[in-house]
Design a protein. Structure first.
Length: 176
């Protein structure tokens, strides 16, 4: 009779089926990703990839074309990634399961500080593979003028990476 065990909780088989199905579904844009998306469009930034599936760590925005190294941008929510300024523990009935979820996210994010204190293992893996990585907190994005400031920062990084590519290509042609 279905995939429920005695007591009404789903069986491990049912849970694994749900997990497999939801894992294949594309992620919905968060409000902070939408805000950044609009800021990037307003700034006239070149085309970017949204949540590319085959990039480790699932960055929110990726630029690859015309750059010496690809650029990954992460928009980290203050709750799930435990922002040191704004994180508050969940108070509901399922607080232990929410706390475990948040801890797993923190463990994934924790580690070497390539750019800032909250960058983690995925950032390190991307950097080791030759990527540039920028990470921003939700509170930075939602701050007054924050999204526009971040869009400018991304634009500067893109210009820098494009310039380095052009400089390297010219050096190869002239034999310098």
């Amino acid at each position: 009779m279905g995939h429920r065990r005695q007591g009404g909780s789903p069986s491990p088989v049912a849970l694994s089926m749900v997990k497999a199905k939801t894992h294949r579904q594309p992620a919905k844009r968060s409000s902070i990703e939408t805000i950044l998306n609009q800021a990037f469009e307003a700034r006239g930034l070149p085309a970017w990839e949204r949540e590319p599936l085959k990039v480790v760590g699932k960055p929110d925005f990726v630029w690859r074309d015309g750059l010496i190294r690809p650029l990954a941008v992460f928009a980290d929510g203050c709750y799930w990634h435990a922002c040191p300024k704004h994180y508050r523990e969940h108070k509901g009935k399922r607080r232990k399961s929410w706390a475990l979820k948040t801890q797993k996210t923190q463990i994934r994010d924790r580690g070497t500080a390539w750019r800032c204190a909250h960058c983690g293992e995925y950032t390190g893996l991307l950097v080791e593979r030759g990527w540039e990585v920028l990470r921003f907190w939700e509170c930075e994005i939602k701050a007054d003028g924050g999204a526009a400031r971040i869009a400018r920062e991304v634009e500067v990084k893109l210009d820098e990476l494009a310039r380095k590519r052009t400089t390297n290509a010219q050096a190869l042609r002239t034999g310098d």
